[in-house]
Ligand binder design. Sequence first.
Ligand SMILES: [Zn+2]
Length: 152
Amino acid sequence: MEGAVTSARALFAHAVDAEVCLPTGAPGPAASTWVAGGFVRIRVDVPLVPTLYANQQGGFRVSCPSCSENVVPVFAPVLAELRSTGAARLTCPRCAVCTPIAELHFAPKAVVGRAALVIADAADGHLHDRVLRDLQERFGPVAVVAARVSAR
Ligand SMILES: [Zn+2]
């Protein structure tokens, strides 16, 4: 799991080197090479426990990978368990298969992670494809989660 933290920090250092952002996280001269229209800030998020990175506004769907049952009605306590213990499993109310939270099916995509590079207030909801490919070649698996978050 520490690898994720190291990778998120390495991603940030790479963004600074590429002038995508300044060391403060503010947009650099090359900001729009990562996200069309740029962004307001980049930061490294290292929560105390593994966190579900997911869309927070406009909702998302969660389903059982075994039977496709919609498990949103029983998802809240599983998310609370993840937040308090860093791990959680959901027992499907339809087929009774017990699945680790990270293996549930989310739409739009959501990821349980130990760290993230957060591109805040991005004008566009995704990285340019060539940038994502380049980052995956440099740093290994990188997942992009587009999320509308509550204002703060
Ligand atoms: Zn099921």
